[in-house]
Design a protein around this ligand. Structure first.
Ligand code: ARG
Length: 461
């Protein structure tokens, strides 16, 4: 049997493989609420403009509402023969209200219909991410406040570099999350244009009011070029770019949590709520949630590259290739949502071993730079020479398997006679972090000042 939508032109129905490659209902049914909202707004506008009767509009809107309830309650029979969510709903509408259903698709095409549905879906997802990122920021700032004075080793190349504060480290992730929030909002701002009414590609001869439907669906304004409108998936690509970057940040935090929670580091303890045990090794506390947060961006990055690759080189306007946009985006939405929620929970619950961090901060000659800086400040050495003297002090301490601060003053003097007892005051990790008061530096006073700024910012959210 030929198609119920376009059977007029066709003598026979599709090959089974045609149906299988063509049908998108298995995944685009996720757009049902947006599809129904878009259709309601369209029908009301058609009636307001005298394009369909008020009576037909009423039937259409009521029919759509009962379909929405059917789907929400799991009573709707989705059909692959009806290809996608748009045709599944329209065909069901015809079953429910008869010929009036056939008037809904006046001055509309599935091309602008899918564009509006998908855009609404991505918009809603981004709005949820806005809220989720703010929650994540609060968790980071709370943790930073609790640990403004907690000293830990700062690393470069994952080698101990200089002591830093854990509060400062938490606020580093807050900076990343705030940039992600900015990207999220930029994308929302740009995508706030309604595609409905672009029709197939050229607009329509019916006297529609695109400003009305745009407003009814919560968009700032209608899009301005019908050709671009049905071809454009920038909003999806921007979402995926935002998600890829945000996911990258979460994965870096997750990796640090994995490292910090090893018995070898022992900096943090994950809560029971975010750890798993082993089925064979009774002692284990595995950071599975952190590992999955580390892994999820793999899917998101894949989705970004997938959709970029689908879109590249496509001629204007709509091509069926574009149907491949949805699964990737849906998967990225779900992946980021889980990763963000898990990261927020882990940060909130994270128990810090302050003593273990402080001890580790003193290892690896972490205050060597402080010694060199002292030589510059107090003995007037050029930094390069101070660096050299300090290097010799480090190798002396290393040979004796002691810390820099444990070297006898006489030995230090043998490296440079200007060194006095006073040098020991800069060799503790506490003195080191306290001295890093340059703007943006790790000193506890700086961290507290930054927390105050974050609090003000978050109060406005
Ligand atoms: N299922 C299609 C999609 O997701 C809807 C648009 C189909 N339009 C068309 N002209 N075949 O892109």
């Amino acid at each position: 049997t030929s198609n119920e939508m376009w059977g007029g032109r066709f003598a026979s129905g599709p090959d089974a493989i045609m149906e299988e490659i063509n049908a998108s209902i298995d995944f685009d049914k996720r757009l049902y609420e947006e599809d129904i909202a878009g259709s309601k707004a369209h029908a009301v506008m058609l009636a307001d403009r005298g394009i369909i009767s008020a009576e037909d509009c009423d039937k259409i809107v009521k029919g759509l509402e009962s379909i929405r309830v059917e789907i929400a309650e799991g009573r709707f029979a989705f059909s692959r023969a009806r290809e996608d969510i748009h045709m599944n709903i329209e065909a069901r509408l015809a079953e429910l209200i008869g010929p009036a259903a056939g008037r809904l698709h006046t001055a509309r095409s599935r091309n602008d219909q899918v564009a509006v549905d998908f855009r609404l879906h991505v918009k809603t997802a981004l709005q949820r991410f806005e809220a989720g990122l703010v929650e994540f920021l609060r968790a980071l700032v709370d943790k930073a406040e609790a640990h403004a004075d907690t000293v830990m080793p700062g690393f470069t190349h994952l080698q101990v570099a200089q002591p830093v504060t854990f509060g400062h480290h938490c606020l580093a992730y807050a900076e990343m999350a705030a940039r992600d929030l900015g990207r999220c909002r930029d994308a929302l701002e740009r995508m706030d244009e309604c595609p409905l009414g672009a029709a197939a590609l050229a607009g329509t001869g019916f006297p529609i009011d695109r400003h009305q439907t745009a407003a009814a669906l919560g968009f700032r304004e209608p899009t301005r070029n019908s050709l671009d409108t049905v071809s454009d998936r920038d909003f999806a690509l921007e979402f995926l770019s935002f998600a890829a970057i945000a996911g990258t940040h979460l994965s870096r935090l997750a990796e640090e949590i994995v490292i910090w929670s090893t018995p070898q580091f022992g900096f943090v303890r994950l809560s029971d709520a975010f750890s798993t045990g082993s089925s064979i090794m009774p002692q284990k506390r595995n950071p599975d949630a952190a590992e999955l947060v580390r892994a999820k961006p793999g899917r998101i990055n894949g989705a970004l590259i997938s959709l970029l690759t689908v879109m590249k080189g496509l001629p204007l306007t709509y091509s069926k290739d574009m149907q491949e946009d949805k699964e990737q985006v849906f998967d990225a939405i779900d992946s980021l949502q889980l990763a963000l929620a898990a990261a927020t929970g882990m940060v909130r619950d994270l128990v810090v071993d302050v003593e273990a961090m402080r001890k580790a901060a003193g290892h690896g000659f972490s205050t060597a730079t402080d010694l060199a800086d002292w030589l510059v400040r107090e003995a007037g050495l050029p930094f390069r020479e101070a660096h050299h003297v300090t290097g010799r002090a480090v190798s002396m301490a290393e040979e004796r398997r002691i810390g820099l601060a444990d070297l006898p003053l006489d030995d230090l003097k043998s490296l440079n006679p200007a060194i006095t007892e006073d040098v020991f005051s800069v060799l503790t990790v506490e003195a080191s972090v306290a001295s890093r008061k340059s703007f943006g530096g790790t000193a506890p006073d700086n961290v507290r000042a930054q927390i105050a700024v974050w609090r003000e910012r978050l109060d406005l959210e």
